[in-house]
Design a protein around this ligand. Structure first.
Ligand code: ADP
Length: 496
């Protein structure tokens, strides 16, 4: 699509209050309430969005249940596959428009939001393929007589997905694809800071031919709409991506009907650079590992451990890269890094910078808000590198969700494994070394959902993604995820 944000209005932003999707209908909240969503680069109002209450969640869950037990259940696997492939084609055709919407609503540079196209369309098609590849097993039992024993895989039912703001399009595809492949239905609750792309995404889902109620999108606040969804007795599974504290609340809320829960939470990922590594490649990856998406990525490699011999060189190179990155509105094609999603998030990040100063870390680059005339109305923070960081400092322990790197020297493999694992989180980990034996050894010892050696933050539809410890449980992407959306039923038939 030819869309120039400097001169055009985004076609989805027509000045009208948005509606949400329940049972195939575009509806306001029953209360009539709305909330604002704004562009984090300049504070402009983008749209008013329905502010759902528990009564709207009730309606959406009922619609999802009706679709699950009605028309969607009658779709054969190849029919689910066909509608998913049509959906993928539509997403592909409208990708530019969706990417612009993400950029306007949450701030990431358009290059970044566009750039996930191959992976995300690929993910939708990968799971479309799985729709016709689901099967159970037969068992040879030791029973007397003639017994046929088998397992059947059945969809868990109505899924509630609660997503964050740091990659709405990303989250939409990740949460929808396995639901459709397995024959479940969905109530999706976008984040209040970036609700627009999920609404447009759902329009395309309807256009692809999904029956009403298979996908419902309910916009609203976490503590009200999100909490109602997590606690709802009609929801069979909740898939959540967001902060640890909210994840814990969701687990508590899920106890009422013991719904299944999968959680993709935060991280404080270690990025470990041994001195035999390709230093330029490693330092560059370490810098982008923290600064990409302005640090608003759960796998941000914010604890950069550097073997002592190359430590100063890496600090200097990361600072050079940090200082050279262009921080500006996501709609500018030359921006490398956009604003943080909200003023609240910016204050939080600057608070961590303050704590690093107080605790004695050495600022090497950045560390400030960018408030020149172009950027003053947005939430821009300069890429920041701290050296001389000690493990107990807050910036080395807590998830910041901003462009702030902590660089720390180490001497031995045993030492760095112990320090890397000394974190409540376990989401991603990066290792740079040319020693293949060392790479294998450390990869097995790191407590982490993913380990990337001589690369960072790689993702592919075929590979699982998720965490250990406070980074959550359950896996997204890959074949493993399908079982989280399927019940296993044991079938016994005595015959003969
Ligand atoms: P952040 O603090 O960065 O916004 P959250 O984990 O709070 O991260 O938000 C992620 C998602 O969780 C959002 O969609 C938000 O609305 C939702 N959410 C927040 N609080 C709750 C809650 N108590 N129950 C369910 N969902 C919630």
């Amino acid at each position: 699509m030819d869309f120039d944000p400097m001169t055009d209005r985004h076609p989805f932003l027509d000045g009208q209050p948005k509606r949400m999707l329940i049972g195939g209908q575009w509806v306001p909240a029953l209360s009539g309430k709305t909330f604002e969503t704004r562009n984090p680069a300049n504070g402009d109002l983008l749209a008013l969005v329905p502010e759902a209450g528990p009564e709207d969640i009730d309606r959406a869950v009922a619609a999802a249940r009706a679709a699950f037990e009605g028309p969607w259940r009658r779709f054969k696997p190849d029919e689910r596959q066909a509608v998913m492939l049509r959906f993928a084609d539509l997403l592909e055709r409208h990708w530019d428009e969706l990417a612009w919407l993400d950029t306007l609503d949450m701030g990431a540079p358009i290059r970044h939001t566009r750039g996930s196209q191959r992976h995300l369309i690929g993910l939708m098609r990968y799971y479309a393929g799985q729709a016709t590849a689901l099967y159970g097993q037969t068992a040879e039992t030791s029973m007397n007589g003639e017994m046929f024993a088998a397992t059947l895989k059945e969809p868990v039912g109505v899924v509630g997905s609660i997503i964050p703001w740091n990659g709405p399009l990303w989250a939409c595809v990740f949460k929808t694809a396995p639901v459709l492949a397995t024959g479940c239905t969905l109530v999706l609750k976008p984040a209040e800071d970036a609700p627009l792309t999920p609404l447009r995404f759902a329009e395309l889902a309807l256009e692809a031919g999904l029956p009403p109620g298979v996908i419902n999108v309910v916009t609203g606040h976490g503590r009200v709409a999100g909490a109602a969804l997590a606690a709802h007795p009609g929801v069979d599974k909740v898939s959540f991506t967001g902060s640890v504290g909210t994840g814990q609340e969701i687990v508590r809320a899920s106890a009422g009907n013991l719904k299944r829960v999968s959680l993709e939470l935060g991280g404080k990922s270690p990025h470990i650079l041994f001195d035999d590594a390709d230093v330029e490649a490693a330092a560059t990856a370490a810098a982008y590992g923290v600064f990409a998406n302005a640090g608003q990525i759960c796998t941000a490699g914010t604890r950069v451990f550097v073997q002592r011999r190359i430590h100063d060189q890496v600090v200097e190179r990361m600072a050079q890269i940090g200082a050279s990155l262009r921080v500006g509105p996501g709609t500018h094609s030359d921006s490398d890094i956009g604003p943080l999603v909200s003023a609240r998030q910016m204050e939080r990040v600057l608070g961590y910078v303050g704590s690093a100063h107080e605790e004695g870390a050495r600022l090497v680059c950045g560390g400030t808000r960018l408030d020149d005339p172009v950027r003053a109305a947005g939430n821009f923070v300069a890429p920041t590198v701290f050296a001389d960081v000690a493990d107990p400092m807050r910036i080395a322990r807590e998830e910041i969700f901003g462009p702030v790197a902590s660089v720390m020297p180490f001497d031995t493999l045993d030492e760095v494994v112990q320090r890397a694992n000394d974190s409540p989180f376990g989401l991603g980990a990066g290792v740079w070394t040319r020693d293949i034996g060392r790479a294998h050894a450390i990869a097995r010892r790191l407590q982490s959902g993913s380990v990337w050696v001589n690369c960072y933050n790689q993702m592919d539809p075929s590979m699982p993604f998720g965490g250990v410890k406070l980074s959550g449980y359950g896996r997204e992407s890959g074949l493993q995820q399908l079982d989280e959306y399927l019940h296993v039923k044991g079938l016994w038939i005595q015959h003969g």
